[in-house]
Design a protein around this ligand. Structure first.
Ligand SMILES: N[C@@H](CCC(=O)N[C@@H](CS)C(=O)NCC(=O)O)C(=O)O
Length: 221
């Protein structure tokens, strides 16, 4: 079985887990806290980042490379769309969430509300949290805009763009950075994802010492 080195609030690991669940690829979770800088983990991934997937002699690193690998090797449930234009649009949105949303929302929230609280024992910087939440608001506006025009984020079919977005948003939501009020299209889309058996195990998981807000795993939020 594939082993996935991850921790519960790593959005890139959530993306890989969700994609593997949809493709029915069984995965064994291995807890890895990248900030602990374990030598054995550095030997596996010189970048020292989660997620890493390993099976026998094969080591896969980077969520985009990992998702591409399973898209190429597992026919079940294609996740990138059928034509080159569909795939380009899906990849644009995957990069949007992996890079832009992560830099503007998820990474500052992880730093302020997870890392400082659990590890460096500092108070969060309220200004940084406010800025991340304001940025999240802008991203939800963009989701509403897309979902007013499309059934799923990159087009008519559910795919990796939805998975990448749900991975980032679920972590930001866990950390209290998402205000769903006034975002009906995004809320309906996220509620549909939350009800999927392939996504529910992610929502059931908790980061030790850091409980999520009460609405976090509710279908009606
Ligand atoms: N591009 C990478 C990003 C992975 C990433 O940034 N992982 C974070 C955890 S969410 C990490 O390991 N950070 C520790 C570090 O960069 O030293 C991917 O998509 O897998």
């Amino acid at each position: 079985m594939w082993r996935l080195f991850q921790y519960p609030l790593c959005p890139f690991s959530r993306k890989v887990r969700f994609a593997c669940a949809v493709k029915a690829v069984p995965v064994e979770l291995v807890l890895e806290k990248p900030w602990e800088r374990r030598d054995e983990f550095a030997a596996l991934n010189p970048a020292g980042q989660t997620p890493v997937m390993q099976k026998g002699e094969i080591t896969l690193i980077d969520s985009a490379a990992i998702c591409d690998y399973f898209e190429e090797t597992v026919d079940r449930v294609p996740l990138l769309g059928s034509g080159p234009e569909d795939r380009a649009e899906a990849r644009r949105l995957i990069a949007w969430f992996d890079q832009k949303f992560y830099a503007e929302v998820t990474a500052p929230l992880l730093s302020e509300r997870m890392y400082k609280r659990l590890y460096s024992k500092q108070a969060p910087d309220a200004g940084a949290v406010r800025t991340a939440s304001r940025n999240a608001e802008g991203h939800l506006d963009y989701l509403d805009f897309l979902l007013d025009r499309r059934r799923w984020l990159s087009g008519p079919a559910f795919g990796l763009a939805d998975i990448a977005a749900a991975a980032q948003i679920s972590v930001a939501d866990y950390l209290g950075g998402i205000d769903w009020d006034g975002h009906e299209p995004a809320r309906i889309w996220y509620s549909a994802l939350k009800s999927r058996p392939t996504f529910r195990p992610l929502l059931a998981e908790r980061m030790e010492g850091l409980p999520p807000p009460s609405h976090y795993d509710k279908l009606d939020f």
